[in-house]
Design a binder for this molecule. Structure first.
Ligand SMILES: *Cc1c(COP(=O)(O)O)cnc(C)c1O
Length: 355
């Protein structure tokens, strides 16, 4: 039996979207490929609220995260982490010999603008990374106030991991001044895993032009230049199946309406939070809760694995806690094309099992 996924990626994909993955191939150097990739980029710009360039990468989101920190750091990167995915960005910098420092907070807490201000005031950094939505802890960072601070430091290239939130909540990339905003297909966008997407600002382009060793496959500048020169085509063969599905899914997203889509996510989040507060507690700081997933503290001491097994027998799957938080927390994703009714079904089923 297929288990309906309520895990924070990969998410449940609608059958009509899934079917688009089986579209017959076209040549990746054809006019049709250019048109497809141009259409996708135009629609992504609406979703990201940006006028900047859009890059697609046949990798998961981690690929563009690694590419961004390597392609755009000249001096030193300041990595702000509020959980497992924030820290990953520091590991990527380190693995690529990119100078970087890690600034962590206790899990469950957000990155605060004062912390960012104090770090940038040292003048040691020309790139920062911020996690928009931390999928381990369920924190959604206060990016508006962080962005206001970053604007005081014009040399800083602002990179944002929006992998588990873009498409599920409003992120106004240009207004925030984000230079490289990254997401991947298998989370709030509601597609299978395998393609990553980012915005790439003129400021990021200018920076990358100064960086000598940007790698090869994940060199964001080379992707950017190729797109400019070759009418939206890519240097190597991209995942055309993802592009067919993404083109179609973006139409569905824009048809639903961005505001309506974000409101649906907020409604689902509210429902799960209210239930979690009744039966357990919410792990993340109450003022910075994610709209796309909830990390629940297992205050009732339930057997999370047993719950998930029982859910599996009824056709549902949720997530245990991430890494060191396994069994102490568990996670319910409420993102992508999931509806409030489906969330109510899931919660009703959990209540039934825990009775
Ligand atoms: C899933 C996730 C990633 C990693 O993305 P992949 O597409 O799996 O490489 C990075 N950051 C966050 C916040 C995530 O949720």
């Amino acid at each position: 039996m297929h288990k309906k996924l309520f895990i924070p990626g990969p998410v449940e994909v609608r059958p009509d979207v899934l079917a688009k993955m089986a579209t017959p191939m076209i040549g990746h150097r054809s006019k049709d490929a250019s048109a497809l990739q141009r259409r996708i980029s135009d629609k992504i710009r609406q979703l990201f609220y940006t006028d900047e360039a859009i890059l697609l990468s046949t990798s998961s989101g981690s690929g563009l995260m690694e590419g961004a920190v390597r392609s755009c750091t000249l001096q030193r990167a300041a990595v702000f982490s509020v959980g497992a995915f924030g820290k990953r960005w520091w590991e990527m910098a380190d693995a690529n010999n990119v100078p970087a420092d890690l600034f962590e907070v206790e899990w469950g807490q957000p990155t605060l603008p004062e912390q960012v201000d104090a770090v940038l005031a040292t003048d040691r950094y020309d790139l920062i990374t911020i996690t928009h939505n931390e999928t381990s802890t369920g924190i959604m960072n206060p990016v508006e106030s962080i962005a206001a601070v970053v604007k005081k430091y014009p040399k800083v290239v602002f990179c944002m991991d929006a992998v588990s939130s873009m498409g599920g909540t409003k992120i106004e990339v240009d207004k925030l001044g984000v230079d490289v905003c990254i997401t991947s297909t298998q989370k709030a966008l509601g597609l299978p895993p395998g393609l990553a997407i980012c915005s790439f600002s003129r400021k990021a382009v200018a920076r990358a032009q100064q960086v000598p060793h940007r790698g090869y496959y994940l060199d964001l500048l080379s992707l950017y230049e190729y797109i400019q020169q070759k009418d939206y085509q890519y240097p190597s063969t991209p995942s055309l199946p993802h592009m067919f599905a993404l083109d179609y899914q973006l139409d569905r997203i824009l048809e639903e309406g961005l505001e309506a889509r974000f409101a649906r996510h907020a409604d689902m989040a509210e429902y799960v939070r209210a239930w979690a507060r009744r039966r357990f507690a919410i792990f993340a700081h109450r003022d910075h809760l994610s709209n796309t997933l909830t990390t629940i503290s297992n205050t009732a001491g339930i057997d999370v694995a047993a719950l998930n097994k029982a859910l599996g027998e009824r056709g549902y799957q949720i997530s245990n806690g991430y890494g060191k938080m396994k069994d102490k927390t568990f996670r319910i994703a409420h993102m992508a094309d999931c509806t409030l009714d489906e969330i109510k079904d899931l919660i009703g089923t959990i209540d039934d099992i825990l009775k």
